[in-house]
Design a protein around this ligand. Sequence first.
Ligand SMILES: [Zn+2]
Length: 349
Amino acid sequence: MKTTLPTEPIGSIPRSAQLLAAIQGQLSPAEMETHYEAAVIDTIQRLEETGSPVITDGEQRKSSFATYCLDGLQNLTAAGVVIPFHDGHTRQLPALSSGPFKFGRYAVDDLRKAKKIAQKSLKQPVIAVSALSLLYPATEIKGYSRAAFMDDVVRECIKDIRQCLDEGVSVQIDFTEGRLAVKLDPSKTLLKSFIDLNNLVLQAFTPSERQRIGVHTCPGGDHDSTHSAEVDYAEFLPELFQINAGNFYVQLSSETDRIKALKIMQPFATGPRRIFVGVTDPISARIETAQEIKDRILEATKFIRPENLGTTDDCGFSPFCDDISTSRETAFAKISNRVEGNALASQVL
Ligand SMILES: [Zn+2]
């Protein structure tokens, strides 16, 4: 084996029925902590059993990939931006009702607890500043301008990332709203403003720190449905790579035309940039075989050199904690096969 391709999960693993019952119950913080701790121990153990060299805590403690940082905040209403999915269901973000904006909880809180359990390298997913920018309501908050909010949210996102880097792990910024932005605004003004905002956060870091920071893109994945899969990658990926990060985690296996997507990525797979392509589809119940995953990876190597390539899942398996459309068993089986397929491909590179 000349090259072992890096392979990493995106982040979330479906919560067990027991954990979900506890979340929905009226438990004390101490009782909840017992449940969360047990869920993280089991999830990390099972992720390590897949052989994955990099793991997460399965985001067992997160209400969702986007809202973990809002836990405990009192200055929110339920009436924020609505995200429609193709199957007709929606997710609604909260909206800020007063300033100042400060995180209620940081990703590093979960990371420090996971570090005590994990034997393998951890990656910590965090939410993108562009997603949180949507918390500010359409009408100006009296005494707290949008500009003041933007200063606060940028500072908080920098702090969220900085604390995780200081723990020695790599960080993944979840940017699911990127592709959605092209659907909402085909002029790409919204997407470009999102990218500028993320670069404003990233410029707080040194070039070597940015090599430990990645960006995840996907068309959304909730209740086995997406929100922006129809957006042409040709309209999106060249813009995505303007983000000043070292790693990119790109949904690919569920793309209708993978070769086209790979051709779009090819000119950006240069220098120290590493593109992790999705080789399993979390919203499909079918478990991809290791051989099939190997073939997908070798297909990708026709366009991206091994030194610029990595493999991942298309998305997390349960970005919102109440999404039980995929079982834990299916998630771990897909990850095991990804790790095996990645090893098979690496043997012939
Ligand atoms: Zn995703």
